[in-house]
Design a binder for this molecule. Structure first.
Ligand SMILES: *[C@@H]1O[C@H](CO)[C@@H](O)[C@H](O)[C@H]1NC(C)=O
Ligand SMILES: *[C@@H]1O[C@H](CO)[C@@H](O)[C@H](O)[C@H]1NC(C)=O
Ligand SMILES: *[C@@H]1O[C@H](CO)[C@@H](O)[C@H](O)[C@H]1NC(C)=O
Ligand SMILES: *[C@@H]1O[C@H](CO)[C@@H](O)[C@H](O)[C@H]1NC(C)=O
Ligand SMILES: *[C@@H]1O[C@H](CO)[C@@H](O)[C@H](O)[C@H]1NC(C)=O
Ligand SMILES: *[C@@H]1O[C@H](CO)[C@@H](O)[C@H](O)[C@H]1NC(C)=O
Ligand SMILES: *[C@@H]1O[C@H](CO)[C@@H](O)[C@H](O)[C@H]1NC(C)=O
Length: 500
């Protein structure tokens, strides 16, 4: 009953400007995340299983390793339409993750600009759930190319992460982007657990196709709901590495940005952020903090709580909640100076749906019956989404992995205030003070190290997709992470001289 009242209220309160031109090119990553999280807390009787993820309770008997002979060369991408000349190699194609279902994942892989034989392998995962690592990660964040507003030509991203690693982008799970399943029921039975198994199966088979990467240091990076996928996949890898009959994956660390890691603190911190950034009133914040129970065991949200949430939604609806100070995409390319065109989602959508682009990428070879979307419209209900991944972060730190968490400090969806509350739950003492770090004599953000070398760092002036908004700071950050070096907290270092 409460829920019905809330929905009616919401429809009348949300202003029409909420539906901007960007809607035409599909749902956005943060919108998907927001709706998903709110669905989880609002509908306590929703069917989503929120119990902890545990790889030991999963049957991996079905891990199938297929022969990948010749596949690598078939996957070589000669050139993408409209692409400038580059020296590094690119690959794209499908890896079957479940033969009986006919489920295959699409990947896009770019070798490093320099020294691909020695630089690490880095897997990038976006969130959603249901959003594409090709559309966001590769084309808007850390990949080598960005799409011009003509949606036909590409330009180089000077701060591409393949300056620091060989970067692998994976569209996961089935129903996202070009990844598909021939068993249509799979689109209605996705969840965290299936994603972890499939991602693991993908990796093991991909390493057969690219065996030269088997012994390479391997890292996983990503953002948003990747805060679930990444620790879960890492835990799955460590679990399967115990059986020496399996392919041993040389997992060395994870880095997660503005990550969803603990439902209760993620939600609370969001409202704290809005209040501290002059978006909602103290009264609204107090109402939410007093009346909303975001815990897993809570018995739903009271009317008072829903009023608080709706007051907040009214005030955030016309903002780009990815980056509270950025212009929104209205109709034409924006002249306002930001590192990323707010309408880029539309250019990427058009570009990736062009048949000649799909052909060059070796994508959509089975004629998938729906178009490519940045965030899936075909994935139905989500089966399981644990309310926390804190236990996995503890395990990964204890296993000696390098664990970094970063936060773009203008994000209003999984804001820095949420992440700070979540990190407190790890109950680790800090080993350094909270200090500014520098790039080019400017404060790049703030950083603190905890026991076990957990590193938490903010990126100043960045929204949810940190590498889109602050590309040079993001590249600087990933170089330090991959090199196991602390960010410089003294002032005279520059991008290209600080790392040997
Ligand atoms: C899915 O079905 C198509 C058409 O039958 C087939 O070509 C393709 O190989 C199948 N995919 C997988 C992963 O089995
Ligand atoms: C795994 O990666 C580490 C770096 O994290 C490297 O030192 C080591 O040689 C690699 N191990 C294997 C077995 O390749
Ligand atoms: C590893 O493989 C061998 C040979 O197939 C088998 O005898 C053994 O039980 C396997 N070990 C585990 C832990 O699965
Ligand atoms: C795949 O190709 C078909 C036609 O060739 C097209 O209608 C469909 O939108 C494409 N799907 C994706 C996911 O790109
Ligand atoms: C953290 O520091 C406090 C005070 O120095 C100490 O009592 C506590 O044992 C430390 N906690 C851990 C987990 O080491
Ligand atoms: C943390 O880093 C320091 C310095 O790099 C190193 O000496 C120490 O062994 C690391 N500790 C852990 C738990 O990895
Ligand atoms: C940075 O400044 C410190 C102290 O002023 C100096 O010792 C150091 O050599 C400088 N480093 C670089 C890379 O210029």
């Amino acid at each position: 009953m409460r829920l019905k009242i809330a929905l009616i209220l919401m429809l009348t309160l949300v202003p029409s400007s909420f539906f901007t031109a960007a809607e035409k090119s599909g749902k956005k990553q943060t919108e998907v995340l927001y709706n998903f999280c709110m669905g989880k807390v609002r509908e306590k009787n929703s069917k989503i299983d929120t119990r902890d993820f545990n790889p030991a309770s999963i049957d991996f008997g079905g891990v199938e390793i297929s022969t990948q002979k010749g596949e690598k060369e078939n996957d070589r991408i000669k050139r993408l339409p409209g692409q400038p000349e580059v020296e590094f190699k690119q690959y794209g194609g499908y890896v079957t993750v479940d033969r009986s279902a006919g489920r295959a994942y699409y990947y896009y892989f770019v070798e490093a600009h320099h020294a691909p034989q020695s630089l690490p392998l880095l897997l990038w995962l976006n969130g959603g759930p249901g959003c594409s690592s090709l559309g966001y990660g590769a084309m808007e964040e850390v990949g080598p190319f960005r799409v011009h507003s003509d949606a036909q030509t590409l330009y180089l991203n000077k701060f591409s992460w393949n300056q620091a690693a060989n970067v692998l982008f994976l569209e996961s799970p089935a129903g996202v982007g070009f990844s598909y399943s021939n068993r249509s029921a799979d689109l209605r039975s996705n969840g965290d657990r299936r994603s972890a198994i499939d991602n693991y199966n993908f990796l093991v088979n991909w390493l057969e196709r690219f065996p030269e990467y088997k012994d390479r240091a391997f890292y996983i990076a990503g953002e948003s709901y990747g805060g679930h996928y990444i620790p879960q996949l890492a835990q799955t890898i460590l679990y399967n590495n115990q059986n020496l009959n399996n392919t041993i994956i040389n997992l060395s660390g994870i880095i997660i940005g503005n990550p969803t890691i603990n439902d209760e603190t993620d939600a609370k911190g969001m409202y704290e952020y809005y209040e501290s950034h002059a978006i909602i009133s103290k009264q609204t914040l107090n109402r939410v903090l007093r009346y909303c129970d975001f815990t897993d065991s809570g018995n739903g949200l009271s009317t008072q709580c829903l009023i608080g949430m709706l007051e907040s939604e009214r005030n955030t609806a016309a903002l780009d909640i990815y980056n509270i100070y950025a212009p929104t995409c209205n109709t034409s390319p924006s002249s306002q100076a930001v590192n990323i065109d707010p309408c880029i989602d539309q250019y990427v959508h058009t570009y990736l749906n062009r048949p000649e682009v799909q052909q060059a990428l070796h994508a959509n070879i089975t004629k998938i019956p729906y178009d490519w979307q940045a965030c899936s419209k075909v994935i139905g209900e989500w089966q399981d989404s644990p309310s926390t991944v804190i236990p996995h972060l503890k395990d990964l730190i204890a296993a000696g992995l390098r664990v970094w968490i970063y936060s773009g400090d203008l994000d209003g969806i999984v804001p820095v205030t949420s992440t700070k509350l979540s990190i407190q739950l790890l109950k680790l003492n800090h080993t350094t003070p909270w200090l500014p770090w520098y790039l080019d004599d400017q404060v790049g953000g703030y950083t603190q190290i905890y026991e076990g070398n957990l590193t938490f760092t903010t990126v100043r002036g960045a929204g949810h997709q940190v590498p889109s908004y602050q590309p040079s700071r993001a590249l600087f950050l990933i170089k330090h992470f991959l090199n196991g070096k602390h960010l410089p907290t003294s002032r005279n270092l520059t991008l290209f001289s600080s790392i040997s």
